[in-house]
Write a protein that binds this ligand. Structure first.
Ligand SMILES: Cc1ncc(COP(=O)(O)O)c(C=O)c1O
Length: 461
C-alpha cells in the first residue's frame, strides 16, 4: 500500500467511522498490517514489539499456530450453529472450567457463556440480582468492568457515565488498597490494613447506611473485585487484604464476584489472579485470553446454588453469539494448552526476570520512574515527575506516542514499541507481554523503553 492509499484509508476512517471508541486517543490513529508472536507490523514491515498484547487478550502470542489450527478445524466442521443447540466443545469447555474451579476452590458450579467481557459482567449482575433480590453492589475506586450501561454503573470512572443519564444502580465505590498512593496516606509497612477497617466500620450500626442489624441483612448484594486492577494501572493489593475482605463479606452475607477478564488465564501467574490471595470467590467472570483474542467468547462461572436451573431457569439470559462454535473450540484448545504447559512456572519466571530489569531501570532513572511492581506477567511502570511521586501524564503520553512512531533502532533494525497507558492518573504503563516471550525479547523491550525515556525526557536522565 503506498502513502496515498494509506492516507485515503485514514480519510475514510475520519469520515465514516464513529470516533466513540478509543482509536482517536492517538493522533493520527495507528494502522497495522500483520501480527506474529510478540510483534505487530506496519505496512512497511516495521516490527513493533508489543508489551500489551491486546489488553492481555492475546497472551499466548499472535498467530499461535496450535490455537489457530483449532479455529480452522472448527471452521471446516461446524462453523455456525444457533446457540439453542448443543455442540461438544461448549459442553467440554464448561466442564473443564467447572472442574478446574472445583479442584482449586473445592466448590461446584456452572458456566454461562456470552460474548465480550462487558456482556458477561451483565450476566453476572443478573445472576446476583436473581439470587439475592437486590441490585446494589460494591466495587472499587479505580476498578474497570466494561462500558455497557450496567458495566459502566459498576466502573468507577464518572467520565464513562457522565453523558448517559442517571445510573440509579451505580455501585458504591470503595478505595482500593493502592499502597503506593494510599487513599488514607498510610504506609503499608505499618497500616495494619487500615482501609479494610474503614470499610468494615460501615457495618457497625444501621446509621452507617449499609446494614440492618435486626434483620441481619445488608442493602448490598455483592462486591465486584478485580484481583489486580487492570485499567486502574495493574495495582497489586497487599497480602491479607482479600482474605480480610472475604471475611467481612461472609459475615454480612455479601457475594464476592471476581472479575478475571484481564488477569485470568495466567496473566498474574495463576489460572485466576485471585488464587494469589488465597480466597474463594462466589462467581468468576472471564473473557479476553480465553480464546487468545481469536473470538470474543466470554463467560461467568457461578457457585451451583446461585445458578442451578431451579434458580436460573432456561431463558434467564441469552445472546445469539454466546457459546459460538468457533470460540468454544479455540477456548477448549487454550484449556488443553494450559494443562500441558506449566504457565504458572513460565509466567512467574519470566515475570520475575522482566520485573528485575524494570527495577534496575527505576534505580537508574529515579526522576522518571516512580514505582514498579509485578505479579506473574502483569507488570507496572509508573511514570512520575522528578520527585518520583507526582504523576507525569504528559511524559507518559509522549513515551507512548514515540513508541508508536516505529523509528527506534535496536539490533540493527528500525522498530517500534507498543505500550498501553492505564492508572488513576493515566501515568502507568501496564505491561502484559506474551507468555512465550524469549528472555532476549525481554532484554530488547527494556532497551527500547530506555531509548524512549532518554528521547522523551533528556533533561531527567
Ligand atoms: C477487568 C475487566 N473487566 C471487564 C472488561 C470489559 O471487557 P470487554 O472490553 O471485553 O467488554 C475489561 C476490559 O478491558 C477488563 O479489563
Amino acid at each position: 500500500m503506498n502513502d496515498d492509499a494509506q492516507q485515503e484509508l485514514l480519510d475514510l476512517e475520519r469520515k465514516y467511522c464513529s470516533w466513540g471508541d478509543t482509536v482517536h486517543y492517538v493522533d493520527p490513529p495507528k494502522c497495522f498490517a500483520r501480527s506474529e508472536g510478540s510483534y505487530l507490523y506496519d505496512r512497511e514491515g516495521t516490527p513493533y514489539l508489543d508489551l500489551q498484547m491486546w489488553y492481555s487478550a492475546s497472551s499466548f502470542g499472535y498467530g499461535n499456530r496450535r490455537l489457530n489450527a483449532a479455529l480452522t478445524r472448527q471452521l471446516d466442521t461446524l462453523p455456525q450453529l444457533a446457540c439453542q443447540y448443543l455442540h461438544p466443545e461448549k459442553i467440554e469447555l464448561a466442564a473443564a472450567i467447572g472442574r478446574l474451579n472445583q479442584s482449586r476452590f473445592g466448590v461446584e458450579g456452572r458456566v454461562h457463556f456470552n460474548v465480550g467481557g462487558s456482556q458477561a459482567i451483565e450476566d453476572s449482575l443478573k445472576i446476583v440480582r436473581n439470587a439475592t433480590g437486590k441490585s446494589l453492589v460494591f466495587a472499587f475506586m479505580g476498578g474497570y468492568h466494561g462500558r455497557t450501561l450496567a458495566a459502566s454503573a459498576i466502573t468507577s470512572s464518572y467520565r464513562y457515565r457522565r453523558r448517559y443519564g442517571h445510573f440509579s444502580d451505580r455501585a458504591h465505590f470503595v478505595p482500593f488498597p493502592y499502597c503506593f498512593r494510599c487513599p488514607y496516606d498510610k504506609k503499608v509497612e505499618d497500616c495494619d490494613l487500615y482501609c479494610l477497617k474503614q470499610f468494615e466500620r460501615n457495618f457497625d450500626t444501621e446509621y452507617n447506611s449499609f446494614w440492618d442489624a435486626k434483620a441481619g441483612e445488608s442493602e448490598f448484594a455483592a462486591f465486584y473485585v478485580e484481583p489486580i486492577q487492570g485499567t486502574g494501572g495493574y495495582v497489586i493489593p497487599p497480602p491479607g487484604y482479600f482474605a480480610g475482605l472475604r471475611r467481612v463479606l461472609d459475615e454480612r452475607h455479601i457475594l464476592m464476584v471476581d472479575d478475571e477478564i484481564q488477569m485470568g488465564f495466567y496473566r498474574a501467574g495463576k489460572l485466576w489472579g485471585i488464587e494469589n490471595f488465597g480466597v474463594t470467590p462466589d462467581m468468576i467472570v472471564f473473557g479476553k485470553a480465553l480464546t487468545n483474542g481469536l473470538n470474543p467468547l466470554s463467560g461467568v462461572w457461578a457457585r451451583e446454588d446461585l445458578i442451578t436451573p431451579d434458580v436460573f431457569p432456561p431463558g434467564s439470559t441469552h445472546s445469539t453469539f454466546s457459546a459460538n462454535t468457533l470460540g468454544t473450540a479455540v477456548a477448549l484448545e487454550v484449556i488443553r494448552l494450559t494443562a500441558e504447559y506449566d504457565y504458572e512456572d513460565t509466567t512467574r519466571r519470566k515475570g520475575a526476570y522482566f520485573l528485575a530489569q524494570l527495577r534496575d531501570l527505576q534505580r537508574r532513572y529515579p526522576k522518571i520512574i516512580g514505582h514498579t511492581d509485578g505479579l506473574g506477567m502483569a507488570l507496572r511502570l509508573e511514570i512520575c515527575c522528578e520527585d518520583g511521586f507526582q504523576p507525569d501524564r504528559e511524559l507518559t503520553d509522549r513515551i507512548f506516542a514515540e513508541g508508536l512512531k516505529g523509528d527506534l533502532v535496536a539490533r540493527g533494525r528500525r522498530m517500534g514499541l507498543v505500550l498501553d497507558v492505564g492508572g488513576y492518573y493515566k501515568n502507568v504503563f501496564t505491561l502484559a507481554p506474551a507468555f512465550d516471550m524469549a528472555d532476549a525479547e525481554i532484554d530488547l523491550a527494556v532497551e527500547l523503553l530506555e531509548q524512549l525515556m532518554r528521547r522523551c525526557a533528556p533533561d531527567r536522565i
